[in-house]
Ligand binder design. Structure first.
Ligand code: HEC
Ligand code: HEC
Length: 341
């Protein structure tokens, strides 16, 4: 019964709108240490090609690779303090660094591949559950509404810790970050009063870089692997994260991400526009932090079994292996890895 009602609540919600974030006190987030990024890209994990997905897409490409490309460049704005000064991230920033690459600015995603976050978040609000149920002619007691809201909230937290069917887990987010993020999700979904719950989290620059790399870049870029040549790039190879800090210097790296830059590919090698989306909503400083993170925490060479993965329900991937024997396979590889190697 409760499950049926939950489904009903889920379906009848209208979409909400986000509003701006008023500052609130910041809390520290030292409870999750910074670690290197490991393993194959999320797209490789799903056996999905760049052409087949909306994940990690901003629907903006870099400038065309014309001969006089220098003229279209905007000067970079990297602050000398970006590497040392702590920053306060609000839930809206955590959403931008970790979720926006798939769910977009509005949270609506790209159905049917990427579900909207709006209804599942609205379903965590007792007031909204009661309001909507009433409108659709069903009366629900406060206690029942609270139970439904509690279930929805647990499902949301469970999803962030363990991932979904096709959504990656976020074990690198601390409890404080998740609290701040969930408060913003509620604001985005138009939950009444959510604007008063917004919380800031103090972050080191390296942690900002870690979140960008693990949540956004790792959708397409695997941690480690061979450095592709021009023809392999043309054929669809995506250079692994461990090669990026040698393929590009910091300025080229930042420009590729925030403005887009041509890439040499094909035979004979020619300057092309490339397929990587432009992450125009990341600042130059934030992307410089991602470069610093990749320099100081070089990607692990071998797949490391993520503790969060062990709670995933076994399921078959497209090669017919279950998650469990896939992990056993990865486990035998991870025995060879050691942090910092
Ligand atoms: C790599 C892409 C990707 C990223 C990044 C991502 N998601 Fe998702 N998300 C998905 C996909 C795909 C689905 C739907 C399929 C599934 O459940 O796995 C989904 C579904 C959801 C849902 C809705 C589930 C429902 O009940 O309909 C919520 C809520 C959600 N994501 C929240 C988040 C939050 C919060 C973040 C950032 C911390 C995030 N997602 C980051 C891919 C992503
Ligand atoms: C949607 C997939 C996708 C995502 C997400 C993505 N990239 Fe890329 N990236 C590519 C592809 C494809 C290439 C190969 C070059 C091209 O086609 O533009 C590439 C190439 C690069 C290069 C190499 C440029 C060169 O000249 O050798 C850098 C640097 C880079 N990406 C950084 C990043 C960073 C940092 C992030 C995260 C903020 C990121 N990418 C996120 C797809 C992606």
């Amino acid at each position: 019964m409760v499950v049926l009602m939950l489904l009903a609540v889920h379906c009848i919600y209208a979409q909400g709108n986000g509003t701006s974030t008023p500052p609130q006190p910041a809390v520290g987030s030292r409870d999750v240490p910074v670690t290197s990024v490991a393993g194959e890209s999320w797209l490789s994990h799903l056996h999905r090609t760049l052409a087949e997905t909306s994940m990690g897409k901003t629907w903006r490409l870099g400038p065309p690779a014309t001969l006089g490309e220098e003229t279209s460049r905007v000067p970079l704005e990297i602050s000398p303090l970006h590497a040392t000064q702590a920053v306060t991230l609000y839930g809206s920033d955590l959403y931008r660094l970790n979720c926006r690459g798939c769910h977009g600015e509005s949270g609506r995603g790209a159905p049917p591949e990427i579900n909207s976050v709006i209804n599942p978040v609205r379903a965590t609000s007792v007031a909204l559950i009661r309001e909507r149920m009433k409108k659709s002619g069903m009366d629900v007691s406060r206690a029942d509404a609270e139970e439904l809201a509690g279930q929805s909230r647990a499902a949301l937290l469970q999803r962030l810790h363990n991932g979904g069917q096709d959504m990656p887990p976020f074990p690198h987010l601390s409890e404080a970050e998740i609290r701040s993020l969930v408060a913003y999700l509620k604001q985005l979904a138009g939950v009444p009063g959510a604007e008063h719950e917004q919380l800031g989290v103090n972050e080191s620059p390296i942690r900002v870089g870690e979140q960008i790399v693990k949540s956004t870049c790792h959708i397409c870029h695997s941690a480690a692997g061979p450095n592709p040549g021009p023809q392999q790039l043309m054929d669809g190879a995506i250079p692994p994260l461990e090669t990026l800090t040698t393929r590009t210097n910091r300025a080229e790296f930042v420009r590729k991400v925030t403005q887009g830059a041509p890439i040499v590919m094909g035979t004979p090698p020619l300057s092309c526009r490339g397929r990587m989306p432009v992450f125009y909503y990341l600042s130059d400083d934030e992307v410089a932090n991602a470069y610093m993170y990749l320099t100081f925490y070089p990607p692990y060479h071998w797949a490391v079994v993520d503790p969060a993965m062990s709670t995933l329900v076994p399921r078959k991937d497209s090669r017919g292996r279950t998650e469990k024997n896939r992990r056993a396979h990865l486990g035998s590889v991870s025995a060879l890895s050691s942090p910092g190697s």
